[in-house]
Design a protein around this ligand. Structure first.
Ligand SMILES: NC(=O)c1ccc[n+]([C@@H]2O[C@H](COP(=O)([O-])OP(=O)(O)OC[C@H]3O[C@@H](n4cnc5c(N)ncnc54)[C@H](OP(=O)(O)O)[C@@H]3O)[C@@H](O)[C@H]2O)c1
Length: 336
């Protein structure tokens, strides 16, 4: 048995679903992987830095983390000292332009020899090489399976299952909100009504601008290029174009002509090692697998030097399926 003290920074949709999943999988983690754990820290912007030295009850934490805590401290440093986690789950909001403050949260934890698991793309695109080296120097892991396509395995697929395989080209539909909006507008909803539908389904934020302006997709392309092509790419390098300039008439005419608009993410590495990246709306031929990805589904198409084409598609993703990514990373840490 290996016993872990866990702390959660960010207690929104993903953080809360992770606690739910940890509760559901507690017995299975123990029986199959010899993992036992106790949750000693919960923090968020509004909750502050909460600690329970003896462990938060998972149900009590979900009901009211403040009542379930036995101590509140004022800083990240004091929180890490009091909660003494072995693993930090960093699930705070994403900043595509700087990765902050999550980048500093990851630095602080790794610097103390704490494993870090994040669903946040910000620290990945703004600090991947630095954080990976810091983790190695401290003998811990920096893992982020959920950062792209939620719980679907992209990074662990290449890391664990595809040794000596080099990614040459990537195309995909990675932003559920814009794909749902385009699909709904094809079916006759206005842009505003389609955005509202995405918000009601819980896949778009109150301010959907990161999605519709292409920044969420740009950060994902940057993460794929940085990690899987090993060439640092920042979201600004992608120069994303969003979907807001498309009119409903254009979207419906394109679908009627059998060449629908999709927000396509692309990255390509040439023989000299230079990476070209883009995010923008494209009209696709009907035979293109990306043309048939509808609603909130996603599809990633990888072209590698050893496997010509490998597709990974995900349907019905939500914050619960995203929380599976950090859970899987936790099991990976326990086996390393
Ligand atoms: N939702 C998904 O399906 C999904 C999929 C893939 C990746 N992700 C990534 O996972 C992360 C969490 O997403 P989510 O859907 O859980 O978002 P969310 O529901 O908006 O929750 C974000 C959490 O971060 C906290 N937070 C924000 N700024 C903070 C700060 N400066 N310091 C400490 N805590 C801060 C918030 O605190 P308060 O509530 O107290 O303000 C909240 O608890 C994001 O980086 C997102 O990009 C999400």
């Amino acid at each position: 048995m290996t016993h872990y003290r866990l702390a959660l920074l960010g207690f929104g949709n993903v953080g809360r679903n992770l606690v739910k999943l940890l509760g559901e999988k507690q017995a299975e983690l123990q029986a199959r992987y010899g993992i036992t754990f106790v949750l000693t820290g919960i923090a968020s912007r509004r909750l502050g830095w909460l600690v329970n030295e003896n462990g938060f009850g998972l149900e009590a934490a979900l009901a009211d983390p403040q009542t379930a805590s036995d101590q509140a401290v004022d800083t990240l440093d004091a929180w890490l000292t009091a909660a003494r986690p072995d693993v930090l789950f960093e699930n705070s909001s994403m900043n595509p332009h700087t990765g902050q403050p999550a980048l500093d949260y990851c630095r602080a934890a790794l610097g103390r020899g704490i494993h870090v698991i994040t669903a946040n793309k910000g620290p990945v695109v703004h600090g991947y090489h630095e954080l990976r080296q810091l983790a190695e120097s401290q003998g811990v892991r920096f893992l982020f399976e959920a950062a792209v396509m939620g719980g679907a395995p992209i990074f662990s697929l290449f890391r664990e299952a595809l040794p000596a395989c080099n990614l040459k080209r990537f195309r995909g539909i990675l932003n559920s909100t814009t794909n749902l909006i385009l699909t709904e507008m094809e079916h006759g909803l206005s842009y505003e009504a389609a955005v509202k539908k995405a918000q009601d389904l819980g896949i778009a934020e109150t301010d959907p601008s990161f999605d519709v302006d292409g920044w969420d997709a740009a950060v994902k392309v940057a993460a794929i290029a940085t990690v899987l092509m090993d060439v640092p790419v920042k979201p600004a390098d992608v120069k994303p174009v969003g979907i807001t300039a498309l009119t409903q008439a254009q979207i419906q005419a394109a679908r009627a002509a059998g060449r629908p608009y999709k927000l396509v993410c692309q990255a390509e590495k040439d023989a000299a090692g230079t990476v070209t990246v883009s995010v923008g709306p494209q009209q696709l031929e009907s035979g293109d697998p990306l043309a048939n990805v509808n609603g909130s589904d996603s599809l990633a198409i990888f072209e590698t030097d050893t496997l010509y084409r490998l597709n990974l598609s995900e349907g019905g993703a939500d914050a619960y399926t995203t929380a599976y990514g950090p859970l899987a990373d936790f099991v990976t840490i326990s086996r390393s």
